[in-house]
Design a protein around this ligand. Structure first.
Ligand SMILES: [Zn+2]
Length: 189
């Protein structure tokens, strides 16, 4: 008697759960607003791994439509070499990043470089404004610039890209500063 009553209650609960689940699935349109997860693989980044973990934390606190999570393998694979820092995109949220020690040796901030290069994979191009407040100004800002946080305009653009209201350029390579290319040209010289 008790047992039968219990199973009837359990059956009612199960039906309620199924109904609730069905209701959620039917209204799936609203669920598309959830953040997309982009995995980054910093397992090859050696001493720079902490900088990429910081970069992920900064992006996660700046944008709502994409979430960076460490995993091997990842959508973003991070390498270290002695060249310039650079990024190669394949599609939005996918690509490769190099922490080039040439910029680190010149004194550029490691976390700013890491956050900037991930910004490329999140769909942002270089924007050499010379302003330290812009993350994507990269090497056009002074070497002393330690800002690793995207501006509100940069964060909005990433949110719009991951919401699908903007289209990111795919298959692009960006270099922190190319060999032989001046960081900036003095006006009037
Ligand atoms: Zn760049």
């Amino acid at each position: 008697m008790r047992r039968r009553q219990f199973s009837r209650t359990a059956g009612t609960l199960l039906a309620l759960v199924l109904t609730a689940t069905g209701a959620v699935a039917a209204g799936g349109g609203a669920a598309s607003a959830a953040a997309r997860t982009v995995y980054y693989d910093a397992s090859r980044a050696g001493e720079f791994r902490t900088n990429f973990d910081q970069a992920a934390t900064i992006w996660n606190s700046s944008v709502s439509n994409v979430r960076l999570v460490a995993r091997t393998p990842g959508n973003i694979t991070i390498y270290v070499d002695t060249g310039w820092p650079r990024a190669q995109t394949t599609s939005l949220g996918n690509g490769r990043v190099w922490m080039g020690t040439q910029a680190v040796d010149q004194g550029y901030d490691r976390t700013r470089i890491a956050t900037h290069e991930i910004g490329h994979i999140l769909g942002l191009p270089d924007n050499r404004t010379g302003l330290c407040t812009d993350l994507m100004s990269g090497s056009s800002a002074p070497v002393s610039c330690r800002n690793a946080t995207p501006s509100s305009a940069e964060a909005s653009r990433v949110n719009a890209l991951f919401a699908g209201s903007l289209t990111a350029p795919a298959g692009v390579s960006y270099v922190w500063r190319g060999d032989g290319a001046p960081a900036s040209v003095a006006v009037g010289s």
